[in-house]
Design a protein around this ligand. Structure first.
Ligand code: FES
Length: 312
């Protein structure tokens, strides 16, 4: 076992401390053939770099799960294997021991240690400029592509897309088969997904039509005419994260969003009563025309869906 000579703490301090010679056996790499080890480490770093770049390129052009998994795995494998091999085979093999001494060092000891570490560090890295460059390259590529999910996955801004829907005054309510809904279509306790006529399947227009009663329902002051003959209509787009609020629980008169369990009180203007939804579901004012068809009095009274920066 090689033992470092203890630093001298007398006299002029750091200048008296002998620094290990570059050729000392314990400062030599563990690898029998350091040159080969350097090539292997460099190749692994390069593979890691290529893996990260390929992952970033795949993600940037739209992504493909399997390809992303393979390329990202390749990047981490190359980078990780290179780091492990570098530490094991190219760093000084030691062992490094020194006599036990007081924990707190004196100023000359601190200077001596700094000088010794500085010298050894130079010895270790002196011949490894290429590997250092590859390490920086692979590390930089990894850092950049790991930021992609944050930068690239934010998606487009909603702008005014949620401010208006296709519900216009007089719009007929139709079911998924584009059939107009009449006042006799729902039993008390029934619920149905409806759309404005001409927009069947539209995500922003989907609406829950519910019939909790057979008599007019007033959910909020100012909405006296919105629930004729017990029909109520609420946007089906959850105000939390936009999932379809499709579960009507007749016994409690609540709408449940299956994504994060937000509950909305049907008889109280779809006021949120549980869960992370921050505001009620917008209500669609209804009327029944002379032929018995259910129609919209007006658009929703407020933007549908989740909140966002530019929400008015
Ligand atoms: S999306 Fe409805 S509760 Fe989260």
């Amino acid at each position: 076992m090689t033992q470092l000579p203890p630093p001298s703490v007398g006299g002029d301090g750091a200048e008296d401390v002998p620094v290990a010679a570059f050729d000392d056996a314990h400062l030599q790499p563990y690898a029998k053939h350091p040159r080969r080890a350097e090539i292997v480490v460099g190749a692994c770093l390069f593979v890691g770099f290529l893996g990260f770049v390929a992952y970033g390129a795949t993600y940037w052009v739209g992504g493909q799960t399997q390809v992303e998994a393979v390329t990202l795995g390749l990047g981490f494998f190359g980078f990780g294997f290179a780091m492990s091999a570098w530490g094991k085979y190219l760093m000084p093999k030691g062992p490094f021991t020194e006599d036990r001494h007081p924990v707190e060092g004196t100023e000359p000891e601190v200077q001596a240690l700094a000088a010794a570490v500085s010298e050894r560090g130079k010895m270790v890295f002196r011949r490894r400029g290429v590997l250092g460059g590859l390490l920086g390259l692979a590390g930089a590529a990894m850092g950049v592509v790991l930021a992609f999910p944050l930068l690239r996955s934010l998606g487009p801004q909603p702008m005014k897309a949620l401010d208006t829907t296709d519900w216009k005054p007089g719009a007929y309510l139709v079911d998924i088969n584009a059939r107009r809904i009449t006042v006799d279509d729902l039993e008390v306790g029934g619920a149905l997904t409806v759309f404005p006529e001409g927009f069947v399947g539209s995500a922003i227009d989907q609406t829950m039509l519910i019939r909790p009663s057979s008599v007019n329902i007033v959910t909020k002051p100012g909405r006296e005419t919105w629930g004729p003959q017990g029909y109520l209509a609420y946007s089906k787009v959850c105000t939390h994260a936009g999932c379809p609020v499709g579960l009507y629980m007749e016994q409690t008169q609540q709408l449940l969003c299956p994504c994060h369990q937000s509950l909305f009180d049907v008889l109280d203007g779809a006021q949120q009563v549980f869960g992370p939804a921050p505001r009620p579901l917008p209500q669609l004012p209804l009327y029944i025309d002379s032929l018995g068809y259910l129609r919209a009095q007006a658009p929703y009274d407020q933007p549908i869906g989740p909140g966002f920066w530019e929400r008015s």
